[in-house]
Ligand binder design. Structure first.
Ligand code: 5GP
Ligand code: MG
Length: 456
């Protein structure tokens, strides 16, 4: 997934603003983080493995002076979990050095790599590095280079880029990953993966950056160019609504919290059940649980308390650790569960590792019945566009029926939200979304790619 931000704020310490914006985006990636800053003359950067708070302190931030900055928090899909793949990446070109950071996943990396000049040296293992080399190899101004790369690169990319005196932000022609623009009241701009980061740094939301749009922000002001790719459509990732985005973010004016609340209400209409209480698996399913409770008139209770200091277990690349993560993560509130018939709302079942453990935890705490309700349809297909759902093998819904999944989870009943209700809850048109993981129809993935395993 990854979180990205870009700051252009004359007279201010941009790296510090980028740091706080990244703090609001930490949920999008916990593997590594970095910031690059520019003061008009010099471009400097710092990045490391781990969480933001452990990477930056006053001293490190103090080195990153200037009124321009970009930042990144990384969640790995393509490319191994190593510091060479941490971002921002730096690239030298005939028109100077630039730093950039990427959220998404390219689907034609091999093709782009084949188009690079023989002098291009690749050090990392990521699609992002290939994209940087393509920008370096292109010709003309930075705006021209970006426009030409948008014409060639397929897949998902929301990118922030800075030179020593300008900030750029651009999105793939499908707009798969989010990216929005905000303004500081005393002048200057901020771009970020999610609107929650704008609030954190005290900026006002202006708008989404459009699919295929490049923004150039400099001392001359703000300039936009939109690159149209013939026959393509916009395709914002549905999983942003289901799970990834923070509930206090909005996408095109639609609050993620309210979208999830509506998913919960629709789920209660589609899969009602005779029960005593409704709970959600914290944190991501809470708005959905509250929506289910409102629609069903069953009281909402907290059945599990999450340890807030443990990162998202799904991020950890090792299956064994992922399994263990759940016990570290939740403790039951026995008083809310003992003797109760419980509806448990969660946002998704991906690999099917978490859910059986949760059902067991609730039964052990005294729940007499456990009714699982999921605010998404079954996740049946891999993602090629930046979510770590790599292959058919590991997706439980690709291999088992709903009844088999119910048995494996140990729940008394299992109900998934319908695709129509999910789409309706977002307030968007179905044709404007990427629903690849739910339907197997992808907007911009070359067919040859689909027969292969998705990048891990
Ligand atoms: P699984 O079925 O793979 O064991 O996990 C499903 C749970 O993981 C759900 O509770 C959901 O909230 C969470 N989840 C879904 N997608 C992601 C993801 O991309 N990253 C993380 N950290 N958790 C996820
Ligand atoms: Mg969850």
């Amino acid at each position: 997934m990854c979180g990205v931000t870009g700051i252009f704020a004359p007279g201010r310490d941009a790296a510090r603003l980028a740091y706080f914006a990244l703090y609001a985006l930490q949920h999008r990636g916990q593997e590594s983080a970095g910031i690059a800053a520019a003061d008009g003359d010099t471009l400097r950067s710092h990045k490391k493995m781990g969480l933001l708070g452990a990477i930056f302190d006053e001293e490190v931030l103090g080195e990153l002076s200037g009124h321009i900055a970009i930042g990144h928090t990384r969640y790995s899909t393509t490319g191994s979990s190593a510091v060479v793949n941490a971002q921002p990446l730096l690239e030298d070109t005939a028109i100077g050095t630039f730093a950039f950071a990427h959220n998404g996943n390219l689907t034609n990396t091999d093709e782009l790599r084949d188009g690079l000049p023989p002098t291009a040296v690749l050090l990392a293992s990521s699609d992002t590095e290939v994209l940087g080399k393509a920008l370096a190899a292109a010709s003309g101004t930075m705006m021209d280079r970006i426009a030409s790369v948008i014409g060639q690169a397929r897949g998902a990319y929301s990118i922030v880029l800075c030179t020593k005196d300008e900030l750029y932000a651009f999105r793939d022609p499908w707009g798969v990953r989010p990216l929005c623009l905000g303004r500081f009241s005393d002048g200057g701009y901020v771009v970020a993966s999610e609107s929650c980061a704008l609030l954190t740094v005290g900026a006002e939301y202006i708008r989404e950056i459009k699919a295929g749009e490049v923004l150039r922000i400099s001392a001359d002001g703000i300039e936009s160019r939109v690159v149209h790719v013939e026959g393509e459509r916009s395709a914002l990732c549905m999983f942003e609504y289901i799970y990834f985005a923070r509930p206090d973010s909005s996408l095109s004016g639609r609050s993620i919290y309210m979208a999830r609340y509506e998913m919960g209400r629709a789920l209660a209409r589609e899969h009602p059940v005779d029960a005593d209480v409704v709970m959600a698996v914290p944190d991501s399913a809470v708005p959905g649980g509250i929506g289910y409770s409102a629609e069903s008139d069953l009281p909402y209770v907290e059945g599990l308390i999450k340890n807030r200091y443990i990162g998202r277990t799904f991020i950890s690349p090792d299956q064994k650790m992922r399994g263990r993560g759940v016990q570290l993560k939740f403790n039951p509130v026995v008083e809310n569960l003992r003797g109760q018939r419980v509806v448990v709302v969660d946002d998704s079942i991906v690999r099917g590792t978490t859910t059986p453990r949760i059902v067991r935890l609730l039964r052990d705490a005294g729940a007499t019945e456990v009714h699982l309700r999921i605010t998404s349809p079954p996740i049946m297909h891999p993602c090629y566009l930046g979510v770590d759902m790599a292959s058919y093998d590991e997706l439980i819904a690709a291999n088992y029926t709903v009844e088999e999944i119910r048995q494996k989870t140990g729940a008394d009943s299992l109900g998934y939200l319908s695709l129509d209700a999910l789409v309706a809850s977002t307030g968007r048109k179905r044709a404007e979304m990427c629903l690849g993981c739910l339907t197997g129809v992808y907007p911009n993935v070359p067919v040859a790619h689909l027969t292969k395993q998705a990048p891990g």
